[in-house]
Design a protein around this ligand. Structure first.
Ligand code: NAD
Length: 275
């Protein structure tokens, strides 16, 4: 398929690479110079596209490029937004472009590089089926979870588990180190028992080494915590653990850690007990 791909950052670039490897023709655009940036503008990237993809930081960037997409893409093009944004914005885009899917992803930079992302998709069954070759190229698990905006609600559920898990792994590290036990050996044991998680598998060594190169920036997780609490208000449910995690992420940002990986929540948790 001919694909116009907007947003070639930490996630977008490896995803575009997988699409090319799968035989698709990708015309990429980003505001900064990137390896797959072959189009100088959004208009140029989407003009002949059968599929238009965005992988941008947040609502404002998606809303900024969307008018240029609708003004220049072929009328029957399929639009897939992989960004994590609010369900309301996803629904608004779907009202303005008939063939729209919200398809936020999970799996982190490693999932994108390995082409094994999880994708939660909102939109029509027909468009989901049309997008299947794209999802197969970048992901491993993908499900249609409802109409427009639904993918963003599932992504909110994903992010509250991820954020809460980071906060708890940070607490586990702070406790073990303060008690003078072997925290590395302790985390190995946790990773082999009921407390096992992908976060423990992938991040325990870098967290113990206080290495917080992103990955997924605290700034972006702060944005996601806002989406989660807003989604909770919309759905009229109480999410106390998420509210607490949101405050820890806000503290990380306020302390100047916004550009670090979200595993840097550890700095906030250990700061609570520092003297
Ligand atoms: P990123 O900042 O690395 O990449 C975003 C890219 O968009 C950048 O290259 C930026 O220059 C470009 N961009 C910004 N505004 C633009 C515009 N107006 N036109 C064209 N390009 C523009 O961010 P990322 O980590 O790749 O995240 C992208 C999205 O994926 C976010 O919504 C994030 O929440 C979500 N996400 C990220 C991860 C992760 O681990 N990094 C995992 C899952 C989901």
């Amino acid at each position: 398929m001919r694909i116009g791909f907007i947003g070639l950052g930490i996630m977008g670039l490896p995803m575009a690479e997988h699409l090319v490897r799968a035989g698709h023709e990708v015309v990429g655009h980003d505001v900064v110079d990137r390896p797959f940036r072959t189009a100088a503008s959004v208009a140029e990237a989407v003009r002949e596209a059968e599929v238009v993809i965005t992988m941008l930081p947040a609502d404002p960037q998606v809303e900024a490029v969307f008018p240029e997409i609708t003004a220049n893409a072929p009328q029957d093009a399929l639009y897939i937004d992989f960004s994590t944004i609010t369900p309301q914005t996803s629904r608004r885009l779907a009202e303005q472009w008939k063939r729209t899917l919200d398809a936020p992803v999970s799996g982190g930079e490693k999932g994108a590089v390995d082409g094994v992302l999880s994708l939660m998709v909102g939109g029509s069954e027909a468009d989901f089926e049309a997008a299947r070759p794209i999802f197969e190229a970048v992901g491993k698990t993908f499900r249609l979870v409802g109409g427009p905006g639904s993918g963003q609600f599932v992504k909110a559920a994903n992010q509250l588990v991820v954020g809460g898990t980071y906060a708890l792994v940070a607490e586990a590290i702070v406790l073990m180190e303060a008690a003078g036990v072997d925290a590395a050996a302790g985390l190995d044991v946790l990773a082999g028992g009921l407390a096992a998680s992908r976060i423990l598998d992938l991040k325990r060594e870098s967290m113990l080494a206080r290495s917080f190169q992103p990955g997924f920036r605290i700034d972006l997780h702060h944005k996601d915590m806002g989406i989660i609490l807003d989604a909770a208000r919309t759905a009229e449910v109480a999410l106390p653990m998420s509210a607490l995690t949101a405050q820890l992420v806000a503290a990380a940002r306020a302390q100047g850690h916004g550009s670090l990986d979200h595993s840097a929540l550890l700095l906030v948790v250990e700061g609570l007990s520092a003297n």
